[in-house]
Structures are given as structure tokens and as C-alpha cells.
Design a protein around this ligand. Structure first.
Ligand SMILES: Nc1ncnc2c1ncn2[C@@H]1O[C@H](COP(=O)(O)OP(=O)(O)OP(=O)(O)O)[C@@H](O)[C@H]1O
Ligand SMILES: [Mg+2]
Length: 202
């Protein structure tokens, strides 16, 4: 690994600074200045370890993710996935495939926490999940429902044909045995949100 070479690009995201090199990526979790610094360091390091662990667990469960090369404190060094952001090439077939992959994550109790077309890269004929910064383990239907709701909202924000993309995702997600139950919950979460919006407007 060329430790001294310059990154090709640097992203400043919400949680992290991401340095893109030709063959690897460094993701460094940023300091939160509103937190006491000792506690902040402990939290950042433990969340970094959780993120790296879940990236590897997803891969073992058949969901494409970058290979983890190293974890150092608040930094993850991982494989660079060369491809196109899913947002730029989204279609019903990809959304259906994504549904199958999220089903695998949920079967493994992994809640992604931020399934949006920006956190997915299409490469070598596969959809890679690249950002597990908000992920955690949970068996509850509610958490899985929220996970789907976030994806459905992101479809509405990015695509005019969001309805057919959502339907395609649903057909893929039904490969999960509890899929029907989770989808029902996602609809309830959506209805709750719309109710609150209406109350705030009136
Ligand atoms: N392993 C990787 N291979 C290729 N590109 C990557 C990789 N990891 C991150 N990136 C690029 O860096 C961007 C930011 O990474 P990531 O989403 O993990 O950080 P983040 O701080 O959580 O960002 P945000 O808050 O915007 O979601 C991604 O959208 C992607 O373009
Ligand atoms: Mg991201």
C-alpha cells in the first residue's frame, strides 16, 4: 500500500472523511466537537470497529461489500470499488436485485441504516454496499421497516419513476421469509410520517 501517495479525491461526508486512492480507500471518522474528547475517541473507535465488522459480515452473507484491508483506531482501509454510483444507472432490474440483497442483510440481522442510491456502487455486474456508517445489528421488524422506508423515501427524492422502482424492490425483497411482515410495517411507518406532516401543516 502506497502510504505516501496522494489521494485522487477526498469526500467530506456527514460522518467521515473519505480518501480515494487508486486501489484503496481510507475512511476516517470525524471528531464531534460537541462531545467530551475522551468519550468521543472511544465512541469513534468502537463505531469504526462495528462498521468494519458489519462490512465483512455482509460479504460473508452474500452481499457485495469492499474487502477490509485494515482497521486503525478511527480509520478503515478498504478495497476501492471502481464502478458507477447506482443513482446514475438505476432501473427496475437493479432495484429488484437490491431488494434481494437487502433481504440477505435482514436475514443476517444487519440493519443498514442509510440505503440510498448514493451509498451503492455498480461494479463487475454486482451492486456493492459501500457505506455502513449507520448500520447495526437488530432482529426487530420495526428496524427493518425503517430501513426500507429510508430507501423508498430516497427513491421519491431521486427518481420520477419511483413507484415502479419501489414495486421492483418489493418483488426482490419478498425472497426474505419475513419480507411480507416488514413491508407491511414500512407502509405503516410511511402512514405515520404522513399523518405527522398533515398535523404540522394544519
Ligand atoms: N470502498 C469505496 N470504493 C469506492 N468509493 C468509495 C468507497 N467508500 C466510499 N466511497 C466514495 O466516497 C463517498 C463517501 O463515502 P461514505 O458514504 O462511506 O461516507 P459518509 O461520510 O458516510 O458519507 P455520507 O455522509 O455522504 O453518506 C461515497 O459516496 C463513494 O463515492
Ligand atoms: Mg454515504
Amino acid at each position: 500500500m502506497l502510504q505516501n501517495s496522494k489521494p485522487e479525491r477526498i469526500y467530506l461526508g456527514g460522518e467521515a472523511e473519505v480518501r480515494i486512492y487508486s486501489d484503496f480507500v481510507e475512511k476516517i471518522r470525524k471528531k464531534k466537537n460537541y462531545r467530551v474528547s475522551d468519550l468521543d475517541k472511544i465512541l469513534r473507535e468502537s463505531r469504526t470497529r462495528t462498521e468494519a465488522r458489519i462490512i465483512s459480515a455482509a460479504r460473508r452473507n452474500g452481499v457485495p461489500t469492499p474487502i477490509i484491508f485494515d482497521v486503525q483506531g478511527e480509520k478503515i482501509v478498504m478495497e476501492r470499488i471502481k464502478g458507477e454510483p447506482l443513482r446514475e444507472i438505476m432501473n427496475t432490474e437493479l432495484s429488484r436485485k437490491l431488494g434481494e440483497l437487502v433481504a440477505k442483510l435482514h436475514e443476517a440481522r444487519i440493519i443498514h441504516g442509510d440505503i440510498t442510491p448514493m451509498n451503492l456502487i455498480y461494479s463487475k455486474g454486482m451492486i456493492f454496499f459501500i457505506d455502513f456508517g449507520l448500520s447495526f445489528y437488530d432482529e426487530r421488524i420495526e428496524s427493518k421497516g425503517v430501513d426500507l422506508h429510508i430507501y423508498f423515501e430516497s427513491l421519491k427524492a431521486y427518481f420520477d419513476n419511483w413507484e415502479e422502482l419501489k414495486e421492483a424492490f418489493i418483488s426482490g425483497y419478498k425472497s426474505y421469509e419475513k419480507g411480507g411482515e416488514v413491508l407491511k410495517r414500512a407502509e405503516e411507518i410511511d402512514a405515520r410520517g404522513r399523518y405527522v406532516e398533515r398535523r404540522m401543516r394544519d
